[in-house]
Write a protein that binds this ligand. Structure first.
Ligand code: BES
Ligand code: ZN
Ligand code: ZN
Length: 496
């Protein structure tokens, strides 16, 4: 799908469809009004008849309206005129995309980005439109024997630009949106692959491919290297599986040679059965999504490289499969991590932190400007924040603020959670330095506390994406979050 700009008046715009908004109560948006005028009041008549009342997310497709050059007009309900917010704007875009996916439209003109949203400029609305449309039109059918085909695929989306808008800024916003959307798509594709295909070795292969595509260095540490280095955590989690673990290291060098890098660490559990503390069967298939942190690191590096960001970024992915078995770690086993600290594995299902800790220690060798780890770490964060915000924990308030702001700009939001000393106290073991789970409830926080014991050497933040990285139910699938947040964070860092 290609995105571009057009300055032709909406009524003159040729193509297969033009998309305009209608507010609740039937008020036409400015571009809808312009079409209505050229069509002798035809749109107003449709609204007056009650077929389009402007309820948010509703749509009405009109054909061959006299006086208009486009063969179809798609009316999209925007809801209350005074309440158009970022989320409601995205909802309207998704509703439009759902219709566009099923009709035979190749070239489409969009006018929805002209609607005012408090605090957001044209560039923001354009970037979001590119992201929302790409996300809504995404399908994962590579593993169906006969891919279902609905309508013609959308080839070209043109955004109508009012004359005073700055073309350069708008073009840049579209390009940024396209690069980030490609990163999101890569993360979704990797996340959606099943555990029997997307193994640690498969991820290693995809990392090599990404490195070749963009010309950056990729190193794969295998079980021998992992053992030699002393990564007892990663080794322990992988023990129960036939799939060998890997530590994937990707080095994107867009910045100055000596500039300290941002390190992104992604949890890469390609399937989380829980290990000996095995999980119950319902929805267990969704534990193939337990490598979505890793996928988002791939996606962020892909987006950064496409945007040619002048910054150094290192991606580190500890990848393993968490399985029960005769050789698997057992509750009570004690492992020595790369940091030298010993961990009593009280729960083999809290495996994410046990692989991440070694990757976080490994990151020290880069003397990073900052480290962000991304992980589907805890069910508890889903209870706390649902699927709206990722949980954000940090040992550095300025870094946390930067990440929160990047999330807001990307509309891929994160919420800052506490990491106070009181929470640290629950991590106490009679036998090792500390256990991998706390004695009391708030597991999302204790999980972060555990990680904080491996990140004292640099500014660090942890994103718990267990609620945001994938969807359950009818729309089951990976979302590609938080690629957009990470891309915006890197983009802002590259500018300073
Ligand atoms: N991968 C899970 C966390 C998770 C839960 C991700 C739901 C996505 C959706 C993690 O490894 C895990 O199993 N955590 C346990 C920890 C518990 C045993 C202390 C959990 O959250 O239930
Ligand atoms: Zn687990
Ligand atoms: Zn897990």
């Amino acid at each position: 799908m290609q995105f571009g700009l057009t300055r032709a008046r909406p009524a003159r715009q040729r193509g297969d469809c033009i998309v305009v908004g209608v507010y609740e109560g039937g008020t036409l948006s400015p571009s809808a009004k312009e079409l209505d005028l050229a069509a002798g009041g035809a749109l107003g008549d449709v609204v007056a008849r009650g077929d389009m009342q402007g309820v948010l997310g509703t749509t009405l497709l009109l054909h061959d309206v006299a006086g208009l050059a486009s063969t179809r007009i798609l009316l999209v309900g925007l809801g209350d005129e005074n309440r158009l917010s970022e989320s409601r704007y995205r909802e309207a875009l998704c509703a439009a995309a759902r219709v566009l996916a099923t009709i035979d439209a190749g070239t489409v003109t969009l006018c929805l980005h002209q609607l005012p949203i408090k605090g957001r400029d044209n560039a923001w609305k354009l970037e979001q439109a590119v992201l929302a449309l790409t996300e809504a039109l995404y399908v994962f059918d590579a593993l169906k024997s006969k891919p279902p085909k609905a309508g013609r695929t959308l080839e070209k989306v043109l955004f109508h630009l009012e004359s005073p808008s700055r073309t350069v800024a708008c073009e840049a916003a579209i390009e940024r949106g396209e690069a980030i959307a490609e990163g999101v798509t890569l993360a979704r594709d990797l996340g959606n692959l099943p555990g029997n295909i997307c193994t640690p070795s498969y991820l290693a292969g995809r990392a090599r491919k990404l490195g070749r595509q963009h010309g950056f260095t990729v190193r794969i540490l295998d079980r021998r290297d992992i053992k030699r280095l002393g990564m007892g955590g990663l080794l322990a989690v992988a023990r129960g599986s036939r799939e060998p673990p890997v530590l994937i290291v990707m080095e994107y060098g867009g910045g100055a040679r000596k500039a300290l890098p941002i390190v992104l660490v992604g949890k890469g559990i390609t399937f989380d059965s829980g290990g000996v503390c095995i999980k119950p069967a319902p929805e267990l298939d969704e534990m193939k999504f337990d490598m979505c942190g890793a996928a988002s690191v791939f996606g962020a590096l892909h987006a950064a490289a496409l945007m040619k960001l002048p910054i150094n970024v290192v991606g580190i992915v500890p990848a393993a499969e968490n399985m029960p078995g005769g050789n698997a770690i057992k509750p009570g086993d004690i492992v020595t991590t790369l940091s030298g600290q010993t961990v009593e594995v009280l729960d083999t299902d809290s495996e994410g932190r046990v692989v991440l800790c070694d990757a976080l220690t490994y990151a020290e060798k880069y003397t990073p400007a900052a480290v962000i780890d991304v992980a589907t770490l805890t069910g508890a964060i889903v209870t706390a924040l649902g699927d709206v915000a990722s949980g954000l924990f940090s040992n550095n308030d300025a870094l946390a603020r930067e990440i929160t702001e990047a999330g807001s700009r990307a509309w891929d939001r994160a919420w800052h959670m506490p990491l106070w000393d009181e929470y640290q106290d629950t991590l106490r073991s009679n036998f090792a330095d500390f256990p991998n789970i706390g004695a009391r409830d708030p597991d999302a926080i204790t999980g972060a506390c555990f990680l904080s014991r491996f990140t004292r050497a640099y500014p660090w933040a942890h994103l718990d994406i267990a609620g945001t990285a994938s969807k359950s139910g009818e729309d089951k699938g990976a979302t590609g979050r938080p690629v957009a947040l990470l891309a915006h964070f890197l983009e802002a860092r590259a500018r300073t």
